[in-house]
Design a protein. Structure first.
Length: 95
């Protein structure tokens, strides 16, 4: 299993893997969830999903079909909202 499968499996599988899980632990959890006949196909789907959407350095969240339940996307949105609120806050005049 390549580490890209771990990278995109963490944010989109609701509670399937913990952020601290190793690549091997993520693989074992995925194998328990998926029928054996689907392992190879799912492996390639994860690789391509990670290649085109859930990239480590430049995720394409705006094009991702899974943002409604992606923990990483929700965390990014929350961070962006904090930045907007901080910029919009009135500047206090010094007395």
């Amino acid at each position: 299993m390549v580490t890209g499968v771990q990278t995109c499996a963490l944010p989109i599988w609701l509670g399937l893997a913990a952020p601290k899980d190793t690549v091997l632990e993520v693989e074992k959890k995925l194998m328990r969830k998926l029928p054996k006949a689907e392992w190879s196909h799912a492996h390639h789907l994860f690789i391509f999903f990670g290649r085109y959407f859930c990239k480590a350095k430049n995720p394409q969240c705006q094009d991702c079909p899974f943002t409604s339940f992606c923990r990483e996307y929700k965390a990014q949105q929350k961070q962006a909202e904090k930045l907007v609120a901080k910029k919009a806050a009135p500047i206090k005049a010094k007395a």
